[in-house]
Design a protein around this ligand. Structure first.
Ligand SMILES: *Cc1c(COP(=O)(O)O)cnc(C)c1O
Length: 352
């Protein structure tokens, strides 16, 4: 048995990823409440039914939904369900499906090719969709069939409902389904105070992967099909991919806790507030540039390697895998005093 050394237990809050955070009280207490007695397995239980009803009322729609363990599976299986193996999926160059899923969308679709467009602040545009959809129409190239967008984007920007509608119009013009990777969907709802319905099916989204993990749950994403016909056999797809939870109630109950209490939106709003507060605090610092509009729960900064090295030397952790900028990501439990300490250190390091 290995013993964890004390110096490895770094419990001080970091802003490298919103996945560093723990489980929020609302999700935790729903898990405890579900941990009483026995319940039917494989989703045929009261918690799963209740969570599904919560989603239907939140989205004002009689939708079909499935719970899976993580976002890679949610995206990959959703995209695979919208495609044949000879189809193409249009996505943005910075999208998680392209850069961070180890080829899972191609794997689960048996070869559907991702067709990558250059994004603008992480966003796909109707023009880029049109260009990729018409670039090749011969039999030697995969036939475009789906568009996937990330909301909020990997750069922390948020599509407005109007932007989604314009993308949907481009999709309809080329007979493409519209999928949304909503690993941080709650944060997008908090940005504009838009209803979940407005940001999805009312604007033309066909399938949404709604992230629970980054919103404060231990694990779990919901795949929402706004057109029930598209969901046919998705349960088999989940099972084959190893994504059908036998004790489904423990994936479903935290959603009940999140949705019934409003924690999903409260958590996201807090995370967003911390990001904009941090951005305000560092906005005027010389040598520091905020490299993408701050619209959700992340702040990207560009500065010299020297300055980044000094920030790291003060104990702060962050990643630079997205375009070389340093990313600071605020979770549901971000502590304002810690955010202040980070801002103070960034300033000290930049002007040193
Ligand atoms: C975190 C994330 C996911 C899901 O990642 P998993 O590690 O597979 O849960 C999907 N899309 C985006 C944009 C993400 O940030």
């Amino acid at each position: 048995m290995s013993v964890i050394k004390q110096e490895e237990v770094d419990s001080a809050q970091q802003f490298a990823s919103d996945n560093y955070a723990g489980i929020c009280p609302e999700a935790w207490s729903a898990l405890e409440a579900a941990n009483v007695g026995h319940a039917t397995a494989y989703g045929d239980d009261a918690w799963t039914a209740r969570a599904a009803d919560e989603f239907r009322s939140l989205f004002e729609k009689d939708l079909e939904l499935f719970f899976v363990f993580n976002g890679t599976a949610a995206n990959s299986l959703a995209l695979a369900s919208l495609c044949q193996s000879y189809h193409g999926v249009i996505c943005c160059d910075s999208s998680h499906v392209e850069t961070d899923e180890c080829g899972a969308p191609e794997f689960f679709s048996n070869g559907s090719k991702l067709l990558v467009a250059a994004g603008r602040d992480g966003k796909l545009t109707p023009e880029a969709i049109h260009e990729l959809a018409t670039k090749r129409t011969d039999i030697h190239y995969p036939k475009p069939r789906v568009v996937t967008i990330t909301q909020p984007t990997e750069l922390g920007t948020v599509y407005t409902a109007d932007e989604i509608k314009a993308i949907s119009a481009a999709c309809k013009a080329h007979r493409l389904w519209l999928h949304m990777d909503g690993a941080r969907f709650a944060n997008a709802c908090a940005t504009f105070g838009c209803s979940p319905a407005e940001l999805t099916w009312k604007s033309g989204v066909d399938v949404l992967c709604f992230g629970g993990t980054k919103n404060g749950m231990a694990a779990g994403e919901a795949v929402l099909f706004f057109d029930k016909a598209l969901a046919v056999d998705f349960d088999y797809r989940c099972k084959q991919a190893g994504q059908l939870a036998s004790k489904m109630r423990f994936l479903a109950a935290p959603w009940v806790g999140m949705l019934e209490t409003g924690a999903w939106l409260k958590n996201a709003a807090h995370a967003n507030r911390c990001a904009s507060y941090f951005a305000e605090r560092i906005a005027a610092i010389p040598n520091i540039r905020i490299s993408a509009p701050v619209e959700a729960n992340s702040v990207f900064i560009t500065t010299s390697d020297e300055v980044l090295g000094r920030i790291r030397a003060r104990g702060w952790r962050f990643y630079t895998f997205i375009g070389g900028a340093a990313r600071f990501m605020f979770a549901w439990d971000a502590d304002m005093e810690r955010v202040d300490a980070l801002a103070t250190d960034v300033k000290a390091c930049a002007v040193a």
